[in-house]
Design a protein around this ligand. Sequence first.
Ligand SMILES: [Zn+2]
Length: 327
Amino acid sequence: MVDEQGALWFPAAHHWDGREEQHPRYIIIHGTAGFTTAQQVGNFFMQSATQASTHYVIGQDGTIVQCVHEHDAAWANGAITGLSGTSGDGHGNGHHDSWWDNGPNPNLLCITIEHVKPHEDNSDHLTDAQKQASFELVSHICQRWDIPARKADAHGGITGHYSVDPVNRARCPGPYPWDELFAYLDGEHMQINLNTPGISAFFSQAQGGAWHCTTPGHNFVIGGAILDFYRSFGGNGLCGLTHLGLPLSNEVGFGDKRVFQRFERGVLCYDPQRTNDRPPGASDTVYLMHIDGGPGQDPRVAALQTQVAQLQQQLAHTTQTPHNPPQ
Ligand SMILES: [Zn+2]
């Protein structure tokens, strides 16, 4: 995982300590309009004469330099310029995105990533190494801070510098593979979090990163590896909420560190040794259980099985002795 510790540290001369109790909700993509390596850009931001900074710089060789801690705010995005509205696709149309209007200084809400682009007009396309590093870094920042892993809107997300400053930075970042980024984030990296629209209506934060379901009748806690599974299961819609529904129990232990947890539309098992169920090639520690038998069985299924057996008996009896024998 690319994390704060994994990057080369070039402390910037300027930043704001903390975020004035704001939580990062946006990732802003930039191009450097000059320079040839991430280390050069890191050195530039270390000079006190440079009245700007950034959290990260990604070189054309994929090197990641960090200049400001994520929990601090960088001097990265300048002032909000232009008319309020919907920003352009990077070519600039004179409008900044209107959600910046009533918020605090955008720098308090943003984590900023510069991409080395030697041409002063930012016309360079990302190299493959740069693109790979950028996608992974964006994905991990989204996970660390529960930032929506999608195109920015009023709730948060990912956009370019032009979203804030369409007058002076219409060409920042210049070409960036947005569609590819969002497809990448949508695919195996699709994860819901408490900021995902629709999720906070059902869940609130509990201790240790767990989620507490706030819907009456479903007041259970989802945590650990089962929560990780729930947050990405299905890979579309609202993931676990769409495909499994709400929890019907807390975790229930059944020996050997195994637990199961019932949901409206399925039972999840945490079984790190795969002692309960080991189909060929299986290695996931969390999986859907069989619900027609075994420890994860829904008690309603057993009741239905009994009912079915009784009906089958009745049916057999009826077939043998017709109520209306031929006269
Ligand atoms: Zn910029």
